[in-house]
Design a protein around this ligand. Structure first.
Ligand SMILES: Cc1cc2nc3c(=O)[nH]c(=O)nc-3n(C[C@H](O)[C@H](O)[C@H](O)COP(=O)(O)OP(=O)(O)OC[C@H]3O[C@@H](n4cnc5c(N)ncnc54)[C@H](O)[C@@H]3O)c2cc1C
Length: 494
């Protein structure tokens, strides 16, 4: 069997790439294979990630500290905002055109707050607010040290808090809570309804072999054990934690030296009606100790499968698994090769604090988790909360030339072969929020012809109107406001 494109995995990345490609060239033939019986059960699932539409509104890790001159560098937050705008625009296009049929099942407006509660952190948050507010993306951000105002924004934050504790918070009304798995599921459904597209669940990709200018992709049906081979011109490995093992099987020279460093996660969750009714926000604080930036706990309202919850976390945890549901405790060991052994050992050696932190976090008692939660919600009662597992992120590890040994790459890396016949996504931060931007870059690199014609450009502009414009520039402000306002309206996020 022959096809133009094979997509491996049904998470937010593969499904987004499928939608982009099929919108750009409707005649393209495409097969999507997902090992699970349902779409997006791993990292993209609503329960496995925090569902934050990362737009730099509240995450203090993007603007980590006061500079010597008393200012805060906010460039990273500004660029994260712009990256997220690609996703918002694509989702709004999907809502307008019926690709995303149930917007409310996966996207909710939710204020994003940052909270600090020490004397040192208050001036930092103030300076951060001053710097951000100067940019048109963040003009509506509010800052307060007034306890009653913060209580109005999020009552649980102030309940039982020591009167003498200095507090400050910022609030952005235009934040989002996103069920990325819900979006991926609707994208897969739409893809499955298109001409010359096949979406197969319960089907594992077991081998990738280079054949001529394309790839032979071998799949195995999980229940029947039946194997099938598909010849594809292009393969996207969007298997999340399963990507690295597949790349190793493919023997891709570009993947040599890469290792995977899995970081597990856990949440505290409550559906207590009174608590859930009194908190409507995502509240982020500052990183503590050796916590990796993406494992800084936050207190979030979540909407999952039509029900409202409060989630606190993620607590990072040590794991050897690369996938939460479909993984095996020996995944990490099995991924070790002569070419990545040294970088992996170096990561362990140079990040002993991180390894110790991950082990201690995974083993900590519920009471010590409650102590973390009480920094946000001082009156929290242990009986109202339970601990559940979150998803796994497999961070990419490779020592780049000139780089110090032992660096864990917390970013998202798209690896593409020299002949552009295969591309894979490694890493998971900031993750799902940048899916549209990262997948568009993949299209630009691997399918440049699709964007050369006037028609191709017009199709992409219909999906992502700003793809050729730097929205960060003050000259783009008016255009940004128009496009952003339209997306907010069409996604019912106003
Ligand atoms: C605790 C935690 C919190 C997070 N919070 C956020 C957040 O707030 N905001 C944000 O933007 N991002 C967040 N992320 C990151 C985000 O979840 C991921 O970046 C994103 O979901 C990755 O999507 P994906 O499609 O690459 O992978 P996945 O969603 O994992 O999809 C991969 C799919 O491939 C399938 N698969 C694997 N191997 C095979 C195979 N051999 N054959 C066929 N199918 C296969 C899997 O079953 C899976 O469905 C978080 C992640 C974690 C773990």
């Amino acid at each position: 069997m022959k096809t133009d494109v094979v997509l491996i995995g049904s998470g937010i990345m593969s499904s987004t790439l499928g939608v982009l490609l099929k919108q750009l060239q409707p005649s393209l033939s495409l097969r999507l294979f997902e090992v699970a019986d349902e779409p997006a059960p791993e990292a993209s699932s609503g329960w496995n990630n925090a569902g934050t539409g990362h737009a730099g509104l509240c995450e203090l890790s993007y603007t980590p500290h006061l500079e010597d001159d008393g200012t805060v560098n906010v460039n990273k937050a500004i660029s994260v905002f712009e990256d997220f705008e690609y996703s918002l625009q694509l989702w709004a296009h999907a809502a307008r055109t019926g690709i995303l049929r149930e917007v409310r099942a996966c996207l909710h407006p939710l204020p994003h707050l940052s909270l600090v509660h020490t004397a040192e952190q208050v001036p930092y948050l103030k300076a951060r607010h001053e710097a951000l507010q100067r940019h048109h993306f963040f003009q509506s951000m509010t800052f307060s040290t007034d306890r009653s105002e913060i209580e109005e924004w999020a009552p649980l934050l102030m309940e039982g808090r020591d009167e003498k504790q200095p507090v400050a918070a910022t609030r952005m009304a235009g934040g989002t809570d996103v069920n990325f798995g819900g979006i991926a599921g609707q994208f897969c459904q739409w893809l499955g309804d298109q001409e010359s597209v096949g979406v197969s669940f319960g089907t594992r990709v077991v081998d990738l072999e280079k054949r001529g200018s394309g790839w032979m992709v071998t799949t195995r049906h999980e229940k029947s054990g039946r194997e099938e081979t598909v010849e594809a011109r292009f393969v996207f490995v969007g298997a999340g934690g399963g990507s690295l093992p597949l790349l190793q099987k493919a023997g891709l020279p570009e993947a040599k030296g890469y290792g995977g460093f899995p970081i597990g996660g856990q949440w505290m969750v409550t559906d207590h009606p009174e608590l859930v009714a009194r908190h409507s926000a995502k509240v982020y604080g500052q990183a503590l100790g050796a916590a990796p930036t993406m494992a800084v706990p936050h207190l979030d309202t979540r909407m999952i499968d039509g029900k409202r919850y409060l989630l606190f976390g993620p607590f990072a945890a040590w794991t050897g698994k690369f996938l939460q549901r479909g993984g095996n405790h020996f995944d990490l060991l099995r991924s070790v090769r002569p070419d990545n052994l040294l970088p992996l050992l170096r990561v362990g050696f140079h990040n002993l604090d991180l390894v110790r932190y991950l082990l201690s976090q995974g083993w900590q008692s519920k009471e010590s988790r409650m102590a973390e939660l009480r920094k946000f919600y001082p009156a929290a009662r242990a009986d109202d909360w339970k601990v559940i597992d979150a998803g796994i992120r497999v961070q990419a590890i490779k020592q780049e030339p000139g780089e110090k040994p032992g660096i864990v790459h917390y970013g998202t890396e798209v690896l593409t072969s020299a002949d552009r016949s295969i591309s894979a996504l490694l890493g998971a931060s900031p993750g799902a929020s940048v899916s549209a931007k990262v997948m568009l870059e993949c299209v630009q690199r691997c399918f440049p012809d699709l964007l050369r014609s006037k028609e191709g450009k017009a199709r992409l502009t219909a999906m992502i109107p700003h793809w050729q414009i730097d929205l960060k520039e003050s000259s783009a402000r008016e255009k940004f406001e128009g496009w952003h306002g339209a997306a907010v309206r069409d996604l019912q996020l106003g």
